[in-house]
Design a binder for this molecule. Structure first.
Ligand code: NVA
Length: 381
């Protein structure tokens, strides 16, 4: 921490994705695993040493490069006067268990955005929906304990820990998925037929896009309808809008649909919105929905479960300033044309560790209050 940042008192508050950022958590790559198979997910990367059924730590040289990029990003933020905190990694290669299940490995703590949802003076530890990620909140506990001591108004919450027993998942979902024809997969996309059952509420924090009073929640393969309902009941003063898109393995909203700043959203050019009335809703409120630029990559990077659309996975430092992966030239040019000041940040080596610049961060404090950016609501959205 710089001298300036050491003196910044802890206040937890952040209502949206764009108000001036003053305090943030940036993840770490240490010990990240290609996670062991489980009902929620199975990795199958035979060309890179991890065929179906195998698991283990990502190669050390990849981890070193990812940590260099994460440290560089943290320093860039600190140099701009933003306080940066980092999680405490666990031994992610350890076997974990609850009375309901045993899992041969954990995952990592690069993407705090997946686990921590900040809404106003509240941080919620998300349920998560993969067994390998059930205990990931522990990496953030030293920070949350500290914030709890230092900010008397901080509301620290944990969503009900899901059991993640066998009946939380559709049986043999991925084996069945592989057998599906193109038409059957398309049907699944339209019917939101993903791996989770509705047994219990499940959500990842990265499925939520925050815009003041309105929260957009991706009905993805890690966030079920019960998870959306839990959020709706938990935030009675907010408007919860479930959204979904034409995407065949939907995980996390921030490479698909991004609320950038008041009046402006960035939409994935391939994953079309399927939610009825969604585009009408933005139009009615004079928000522009801009299609993103072409990403730099054509395919997933080696050992990464994140797509080339991490090009959209950006971090707003204030309503005019955006951090973008430095390789995404076309995306940066588009932001430039939209009047944003672009800060290029080398970040491609972080992808395999769980995401891009938005995933790698979790807001602690942004200036500003809870505003209503959508005065014109639409029935049924
Ligand atoms: N699952 C998303 C990444 C979300 C940050 C994708 O691969 O596009």
């Amino acid at each position: 921490m710089t001298a300036q940042n050491e003196t910044r008192a802890t206040i937890v508050s952040s209502w949206n994705e764009w108000d001036p950022l003053k305090h943030v958590i940036v993840g770490r790559a240490d010990g990240t695993m290609v996670q062991a198979p489980e009902p929620a997910i199975e990795r199958d990367w035979p060309d890179h040493g991890f065929p179906l059924g195998t698991y283990g730590p990502l190669p050390k040289e990849m981890e070193t490069r990812a940590n260099q990029q994460l440290d560089n990003f943290a320093k860039l933020l600190e140099d701009r006067g933003i306080r940066v905190d980092r999680p405490t990694p666990l031994d992610f290669s350890q076997e974990v268990r609850t009375p309901d299940w045993e899992q041969n490995s954990m995952f990592g703590c690069m993407p705090p955005r997946d686990v921590l949802l900040t809404v106003g003076n509240e941080i919620i530890e998300a349920t998560m929906s993969q067994r390998a990620r059930w205990y990931e909140y522990l990496c953030y506990r030293p920070l949350l304990e500290q914030y709890f001591k230092e900010d008397p108004n901080f509301r620290w919450e944990a969503a009900p820990k899901p059991r993640l027993a066998d009946d939380t998942y559709k049986k043999d979902y991925w084996r069945e998925w592989d057998k599906k024809s193109k038409a059957e997969k398309e049907k699944a996309i339209y019917e939101l037929d993903w791996v989770l059952t509705e047994k219990e509420p499940c959500f990842d924090a990265a499925d939520i896009g925050r815009a003041g009073k309105d929260l957009f929640v991706y009905r993805s393969s890690v966030t079920n309808e019960a998870g959306v309902e839990w959020l709706r009941r938990h935030f009675p003063n907010h408007r919860i809008h479930p959204v979904w898109f034409y995407e065949d393995n939907p995980i996390h909203i921030d490479a698909t649909f991004v609320v950038l700043r008041p009046g402006l959203t960035l939409a994935n050019r391939k994953r079309k919105p399927l939610t009825p009335n969604m585009l009408q809703f933005f139009k009615k409120n004079d928000w522009e929905v801009v299609e993103c630029a072409k990403p730099f990559l054509d395919d997933y990077p080696p050992l990464s479960f994140c797509s080339p659309w991490l090009s959209m996975n950006t971090l707003m430092l204030d309503p005019k300033t955006i951090c973008v992966d430095a390789q995404e030239k076309e995306q940066m040019e588009q932001f430039d044309r939209l009047g944003l000041e672009v800060i290029p940040v080398p970040f491609i080596d972080v992808s395999a560790f769980g995401g891009g610049l938005h995933c790698a961060t979790a807001d602690v404090y942004r200036e500003g209050n809870c505003e209503d950016y959508f005065p014109h609501q639409i029935e049924g959205f």
